[in-house]
Design a protein around this ligand. Structure first.
Ligand code: GLY
Length: 403
């Protein structure tokens, strides 16, 4: 294991330094180290981040949105990699990830929701996705805890789930076993020399140097000091409040698959884990860096979940939490090089960070080893926002001289 927590001011040099130890940073580091690159991660709490809050739905089909057909391609590519990815990660870490191939049922409670789901179904079929329309009775046959008023729904057997906390722990262990150095500190400033990113300086003055850097700071990716303005990723925080309940053994199986719905325009989903945890999410709020759990947020989630599955009010409420999704202008991630040589991005995964973890790791490792992104990731380079921030050119990159 190569855990490092030195507070010395000496420079440590790596082939690759990943800034941010959430699931995207860790998968990038793990895959890079597997390919023989001397790799480090800098993060005060690796394995934390949005994965501490996320429900872990792998919902390429049920979270399809108009105008996001290109993102669908990446989402499906990542979903296809999941079984092999999980097997490899569990073997490499010795840890269980809570991956569950249970499928999803998206239901409608009134005629508006039903019309919305019918449209989604038509769009899914147009995109060649596997999804089956069921009447209300068939929905309740599959999930007897559903409210009697359910009007119909979509059965999507290919949208699964994983436990993001367990996955983060497994990625951390896999990184350690693969020799990734973990610097448990804040990266305060990017070091730029001769028009090239060369490292970071941590809050305690520690300097870390690397040939290539990957900025994978989730919603905080746009805040690293020293990154030239035209290179800063256009990523913003989108708050999500999430509840965790526990299904007592006597009620099991409460739900056998993920159940979701649009209720009064808001999305609600219930994700049942094999260990009895039931995750209910999520609000979507543009409130900057606020991570307060509010009475209103909890009320709305419980109200909507109760309309869907009335028996939920019997369950112990064990946790409430809010996290920040890294939103991007087109809801798709930013993967690949920036105009500042030496600095790459792996951020902006918004609602799909967990789903996109396998394909992101593979794409970033290919980039770091060959200089080229694989075909599947090319539509997601930061240069698509050229002129609107990222990708406008790094000619005037500020020069920082750190030891
Ligand atoms: N993908 C679920 C969410 O972002 O709430």
């Amino acid at each position: 294991m190569s855990s490092a927590s030195s507070s010395s001011s000496s420079t440590r040099a790596y082939d690759v330094l990943v800034i941010g130890g959430g699931i995207i940073g860790l998968v990038t580091a793990w895959r890079a180290a597997q390919r023989g690159l001397r790799t480090a991660v800098v993060d005060p709490e690796p394995g934390g981040g949005a994965a501490r809050v996320a429900a872990g739905m792998l919902a390429a089909v049920t979270e399809l949105h108009y105008g996001e057909e290109t993102l669908l391609g990446l989402n499906l590519a990542s979903a296809r990699r999941y079984p092999e990815f999980v097997a490899e990660l569990e073997a490499a870490s010795g840890l269980d990830t809570g991956y569950r191939t249970c499928g999803t049922l998206a239901v409608a409670l009134d005629s508006d929701d039903r019309a919305h789901l019918r449209e989604l179904h038509a769009f899914q079929e147009k995109c060649g996705l596997a999804s089956e329309w069921l009447g209300g009775r068939d929905c309740r046959r599959l999930e007897p805890m559903l409210a009697p008023g359910v009007r119909g729904g979509l059965r999507v057997d290919g949208d699964h789930q994983i436990d993001p906390r367990r996955m983060a722990a497994a990625l951390l262990a896999a990184c350690e076993r693969a020799g990734v150095a973990l610097h448990r500190m804040w990266a305060e400033r990017l070091s730029v020399r001769g028009g090239r990113a060369v490292g970071v300086v941590a809050a305690d003055g520690t300097a870390l140097a690397a040939d290539q850097l990957v900025l994978a700071g989730g919603s905080m990716s746009g805040r690293l000091a020293g990154v030239p303005d035209e290179v800063l990723p256009p990523v913003r925080p989108v708050k999500g409040q999430v509840l965790r309940l526990t299904v007592p053994r006597r009620y099991a199986p409460f739900l056998s698959r993920t159940v979701r719905a649009v209720v009064r325009g808001g999305h609600v989903y219930l994700v049942p884990r094999e260990n009895g945890e039931l995750v209910v999410g999520a609000t979507s709020e543009e409130l900057g860096w606020d991570t307060t759990v509010t009475a209103g947020g909890v009320y709305e989630l419980l109200r909507d979940a109760h309309e869907l599955v009335p028996g939920i009010t019997e369950l112990p409420l064990t946790e409430t939490r809010a996290g920040l999704r890294p939103g991007s202008p087109d809801n798709a991630p930013l993967l690949g090089p920036t105009p500042l040589p030496g600095l790459h991005l792996a951020t902006g995964h918004f609602r799909n960070g967990v789903l996109l973890t396998p394909v992101t790791g593979d794409a970033m490792a290919a980039l770091l080893t060959t200089g080229e992104l694989p075909e599947v990731a090319r539509p997601f380079t930061p240069s698509r926002f050229a002129g609107a921030g990222v990708g406008a050119g790094a000619g005037d990159a500020r020069e920082e001289q750190h030891a």
